[in-house]
Design a protein around this ligand. Structure first.
Ligand code: PRP
Ligand code: URA
Length: 209
């Protein structure tokens, strides 16, 4: 069974409060999602392997550390996942970025895939699938299935807000994928929205509706 981590860092929790607030407008919402994503990138990379290297400082020889192991890749689920990309890239600028396009059919709540483009060496990378919302889990499950089918073997899932139903569904479908969150909320409502959640992440990020 995969593990679930909720990042309780005060800065993440503070910013998430304003992201949730319905009076927060598009510009501020987008900036806050970007900032929280950068902070979450800091947390999610905490256990990356490092290696010792020797360098010359202006004063002398030093043994110091660099990141070792697999290269990283980000896979935002379109469209709302796009809002998290730049913040994470500020922390991990060398990461490659693939995209999975899915939308949730408003009637059936089932995801419909419309686009997939991944780095060629996806099988050699540690991938972080990103989406602000993990509701029923259908979108994340299908996105992860899709990238596994294309060769990915090492995957983490990072979301801002999740419902317990979605977390459980992803754990059953992909027990090898650990889940990283800023918050685990109460439940889903009858329309498949996370309660209390933050509303429709894509619409709030891009000012649509
Ligand atoms: C939202 C969200 C997730 C999905 C979560 O996307 O960004 O991708 O719903 O719901 P689920 O866990 O029940 O699948 P949406 O389908 O609204 O598309 P958008 O990002 O293009 O707005
Ligand atoms: N997608 C969203 O954007 N918000 C929810 O609460 C559920 C799915």
């Amino acid at each position: 069974m995969s593990k679930v981590f909720v990042f309780d860092h005060p800065l993440i929790q503070h910013k998430l409060t304003y992201i949730r607030d319905k009076s927060t407008g598009t510009k501020e919402f987008r900036e806050l999602v970007d900032e929280v994503s950068a902070l979450m990138a800091f947390e999610i990379t905490r256990n990356l392997p490092t290696q010792e290297v020797t360098i010359e400082t202006p004063v002398g020889k030093a043994t110091s550390k660099t990141i070792a192991g697999k290269k990283l890749g980000l896979v935002p689920i379109l469209r709302a996942g796009l809002g998290m990309v730049d913040g994470i890239l500020r922390m991990i600028p060398a990461a490659k970025v693939g995209h999975v396009g899915l939308y949730r059919d408003p009637e059936t709540l089932k995801p419909v895939e419309y686009y997939v483009k991944l780095p060629n060496d996806v099988n050699e990378r540690e991938l972080i699938v990103i989406d602000p919302m993990l509701a029923t889990g259908g979108s994340a499950i299908d996105a992860i299935t899709s990238i596994k089918r294309r060769g990915a073997t090492s995957i983490k899932l990072m979301c801002l807000v999740a419902a317990p139903e979605g977390v459980a569904a992803v754990q059953i479908a992909h027990p090898d994928v650990d889940i990283y969150l800023a918050a685990m909320d109460e439940k889903l409502n009858e329309k498949g929205y996370i309660v209390p959640g933050l509303g429709d992440a894509g619409d709030r990020l891009f000012g649509t509706k």
